[in-house]
Design a protein around this ligand. Structure first.
Ligand code: K7E
Ligand code: CUA
Length: 654
């Protein structure tokens, strides 16, 4: 206890140097009001939370689903990383989801989930989320909470200014962080400047099924493109990207990319470029990238290697791209619900710069330019400036908005959330975070209609906030009530991985559509066994296919003989249950994959390559009934040279 206390005091002193005494005091008074806060986050047993929060896992590569205000964890949806619990990326059906032009890539770094929209409002159909490392965008279906599509982004690196949707989900955007040679080639890194390019990819979304296709890639100057947000309302048709490293440094960026007083927010008129491409503009360029789609009918993903993209150079579409000077190495790039204000959060600046969309259009009309970069006009800072939130804090990162005309900005260095007024730019309130907040999230934050009830801060450092767990401690989220004039901290809760952004949505936009099971009659899996009578074991050379069923509380068949050492045995297992919440699992001794966790009506497959003679058991891994422990079976494995025929059975009369 003493140790913890020491650390706590040490860190408190550290925060003191960053924040005012005021903050620390208000925290104490918050904890004195603990009972009130407890009531506000208490969701009684059997009751539902008001909001879903989809919180990115960062380096876990996954997306976790929490309830707000309780902070209860419901599910971790596997997206970019294999998940042995659910067999995602292990079973034969979902392995193809992780295919890329670099081969099978079973991990990634996922940052920014964003929920699909209709008319600027959350529609609760899909969540899109980016993979930074091997650039990809995934789609999660919110009826099943499963990843149903992953598309790779070629000519991109560190896919970070992604994956935000436009107000009718016309596009999902994927901007590169790193500029790279395009096309990739063997060249000296020293020749970066002027030669590397940054690609901003616009992925067209099929309104029927949410599927993505790369409509065009815009080849921008060799800056780093950090974050982005769509215009909305009056600015619908535009997209805004923050940039840093406009110096185009290729080494020691912490110094060399901090030289310029201002970097830029790039304003892109995507409608104009879309028109250009629709009329045959752009150049088709060979580019390999994987497009993986999970089909709900046969419960199987297929991967297609795509061969080309349409690329557009800024010079081809004059009047579509402009640069707004923004101090200094901006990170977040956020657009308010009305679409008028574009906030640039300069990491190395104490002020928040807010640009005006109306002024921007006016400056463009009147050609108020201040030079150009690679042919792209730079607008005059003063002519596009709406206002500045002065001395708001240290290290501004991200801003979200409520429905009452307020912005909420996270400050990493001073560890706080600051509430300020749109239009007057005055600071209204500040509350500490524990510690070093990254993104904040208000449900509906990236939309025309936010739900300004709660704000979720996602923190990088927790230090003394929880029981210690060795050198690695949990990352953490903190929930604030933002309904009053002053924010009130309500709750700490630990998170999975390292959350960056999250997407929140009222639960009632999702729950009516939530799937309860897969209908067995619709199961089109080629190896499905839809009744015990369909079960069989067939041999094709060394390949053996077991078509098996599972139902409370047995497998059919549960005794199999005639398998030989050196066989490759495919277990295709169908869950015959047609009730809600009755999955069964299966695990086989020595299998080099994972268990399967099969939902009602679904078929999944794992491969087992027996290496030793013997009689080997398998069993159900999900406690499914009072006789779950009886749900088991045996496979007899004979020497490779044996000539025992395949046979299988269940009970005596099978
Ligand atoms: Cu600021 Cu990847 Cu959005 Cu992290 S990013 S915090
Ligand atoms: Cu089926 Cu346990």
């Amino acid at each position: 206890m003493k140790q913890i206390f020491k650390i706590s005091v040490g860190f408190l002193m550290l925060t003191l140097t960053f924040t005012s005494c005021n903050n620390v005091k208000s925290t104490k008074s918050n904890s004195a009001l603990g009972t009130n806060a407890a009531e506000k986050v208490y969701v009684a047993p059997g009751e539902y939370d008001e909001f879903y929060a989809f919180i990115s896992g960062g380096f876990s590569g996954q997306l976790s689903v929490y309830g707000l205000p309780s902070g209860r964890l419901f599910k971790v949806i596997p997206v970019f990383s294999q998940d042995a619990e659910k067999a995602y990326g292990y079973n034969e059906e979902t392995k193809a989801m992780l295919n890329t032009s670099h081969g099978f890539v079973p991990w990634d770094d996922a940052h920014h989930p964003d929920i699909s929209q209709t008319n600027g409002k959350l529609d609760g159909r899909y969540v899109y989320i980016n993979a930074n490392n091997t650039p990809r965008i995934a789609k999660v279906d919110l009826t099943t909470f499963e990843t149903t599509e992953i598309i790779e982004i070629p000519n991109s690196a560190g896919n970070h200014s992604s994956s935000f949707v436009t107000e009718n989900t016309e596009y999902v955007v994927a901007g590169t962080r790193f500029s790279v040679p395009i096309p990739q080639r063997d060249m000296s890194i020293k020749d970066y400047k002027g030669n590397f390019k940054g690609s901003l990819s616009f992925l067209k979304v099929n309104p029927e099924n949410g599927e993505m296709s790369i409509k065009f890639q815009l080849l921008m100057p060799g800056f780093d493109y950090d974050l982005s947000h769509p215009g909305r309302g009056k600015s619908h048709g535009w997209f805004f990207f923050s940039t840093y490293n406009s110096e185009e440094a290729n080494s020691l960026l912490e110094v060399n990319a901090s030289q310029n007083d201002k970097d830029f927010i790039a304003a892109i008129n995507w409608k104009k470029i879309e028109d250009y491409v629709n009329n045959g503009g752009g150049t088709k360029v060979p580019s390999k990238y994987a497009h993986n789609i999970y089909n709900e009918e046969d419960h199987t993903a297929t991967s297609k290697m795509m061969q080309e993209v349409v690329q557009v150079k800024p010079s081809e579409v004059p009047g579509a791209i402009f640069l707004l000077p923004t101090p200094k190495s901006p990170h977040g790039c956020d657009v308010d619900p009305s679409g008028e204000y574009i906030v640039g959060n300069g990491k190395l600046s104490a002020n928040l710069t807010v640009h005006s969309f109306t002024k921007m259009l006016d400056a463009i009309d009147n050609k108020k330019f201040d030079g150009e970069a690679y042919g792209i006009p730079i607008l005059k800072f003063e002519d596009v400036l709406a206002g500045v939130v002065e001395q708001a804090g240290l290290g501004p990162l991200h801003t979200e908005f409520d429905d009452k005309g307020n912005g909420y900005t996270s400050f990493f260095i001073s560890s706080e959330v600051v509430k300020w007024k749109l239009g007057t730019w005055e600071v209204l309130d500040r509350k500490p975070t524990f510690y070093s907040v990254g993104h904040v999230m208000i449900p509906g934050g990236n939309s025309a209609a936010p739900f300004g009830k709660y704000l979720l801060a996602m923190n990088k450092i927790t230090k003394d906030r929880y029981l210690p767990t060795g050198p690695e401690v949990t990352q953490s989220a903190q929930l604030y009530d933002i309904t009053g004039d002053k924010m009130e901290m309500l709750l700490d809760f630990p998170t999975v991985g390292e959350p960056h952004y999250a997407a929140g949505i009222p639960a009632d936009l999702i729950t009516p559509k939530s799937r309860k099971l897969y209908k067995l009659e619709n199961n089109k899996h080629p190896y499905a066994a839809k009744s015990d009578a369909d079960t069989k074991v067939t041999r094709n050379g060394n390949e053996v296919h077991v078509q098996m069923t599972m139902i409370r509380s047995h497998f059919s068949p549960d005794n199999i003989e005639g398998i030989k050492v050196g066989d490759k045995v495919y277990f295709h297992v169908t869950n015959l249950e047609q009730d809600y919440d009755v999955p069964h699992g299966i695990a086989m001794i020595g299998a080099n994959t994972s268990e399967l966790l099969v939902m009602p009506g679904q078929t999944e497959t794992f491969v087992w390559e027996p290496k030793q003679v013997g009689v080997w058991p398998f069993y159900c891994t999900d406690f499914c009934s009072a006789l779950h422990q009886e749900m088991q079976g045996y496979v007899r494995v004979s020497p490779a040279s044996s000539n025992i025929d395949l046979s299988w059975s269940l009970g005596e009369d099978f």
